[in-house]
Design a protein around this ligand. Sequence first.
Ligand code: PLP
Length: 363
Amino acid sequence: MSRLLKLARPELTALPPYIAGAWEPGMTRLNANESPWQAPGDRTERGLNVYPPPRPDAVAERLAGFYGTRKQNVLVTRGTSEAIDLLIRGFCEAGSDRILICPPTFDMYRLYAGIQGAGVCRVPLLRHDDPQRDFQLDVKGVIEASADRVKLIFLCSPNNPTGGAVAAARVEQICEAVAGRALVVIDEAYQEFADCQGLGSLQSRYEHVVVLRTLSKCVSLAGVRCGALLGRPELIGFLEKVLPPYTFPTPSIELVMEVLNDDSMKISRQRTQLIRDERERMSLEFAASPLVRQVWPSDANFVFLKTTDGNRFSNAARKAGILVRLFPNDPTLADCVRITVGRPEDNDRLLNAIAAEGSSNGD
Ligand SMILES: Cc1ncc(COP(=O)(O)O)c(C=O)c1O
């Protein structure tokens, strides 16, 4: 068994896989207890009366091209969220193993660990007065803490909600130090919006590095629920045993195959550039507002602010018909607000509402 799979839950590496009913072109399928008729209104090519393929191989192939890797390195998941869940279920034994996270960060890592009964080791991002150097990865802290029953280290780059990307050299230090004892999971849900190169090359160099990507952000397909876990073929093969067959629905397969082409990617790249431009415009305008104490640099499709009063800010936005994100459950993020960059006209509406609130006396 590979060094990588020795870290997985042994009862799962030994689990025999489910053998799905065969699908052969030209053969009538009386082996899967499906309906022989399509439902009225079913406009899919495959037909929703039959199960989707056990694994969406065509989507894996397309995503491999999109992310510059090979099909055997790709596991298609229902959003990156499912990939996070799968990794935790596959590697963390309930009651003994732990994941490591660097808060403030995406809260779903903690949630899925809790569902699995895995522990959560927290190594907070380092604070600094200079916003350019604030929320930095504590490399030494991560390496030290990972020695104690940590199986998965989640690094989010660009980070949600703080917006900053992690420098490759810092991640590499962690990869070097934890080889053979933990997997490094790099969540790049927002990479397309970043100015810097992604960390995907670390995945090809280190067997214990996994990269997560999603079509939910820059490709505008959050409703399709399509993510990709990029890793070594033996890891993909193992996770395919943990992920039940038929999980990726036919309409999602057909939509991804329709949308993920050169023409729509050109549009997606133009929109990504517009989001980046709007992000800079919003950051500058917020920085000048008396309601805002701090604007952190962002590599993602959102802006992260410290306001003078989060509720006041949020209520002013709400009056203009706009919802923004507060963090009421995290005392370290009191009065911080995360604002997704929207269409220019929506951003204008928010900026105008905040400007009006800033020039009022707050009554
Ligand atoms: C950092 C990060 N990772 C993963 C996800 C989940 O994305 P998906 O829609 O692919 O499940 C999100 C969603 O907001 C996120 O912020």
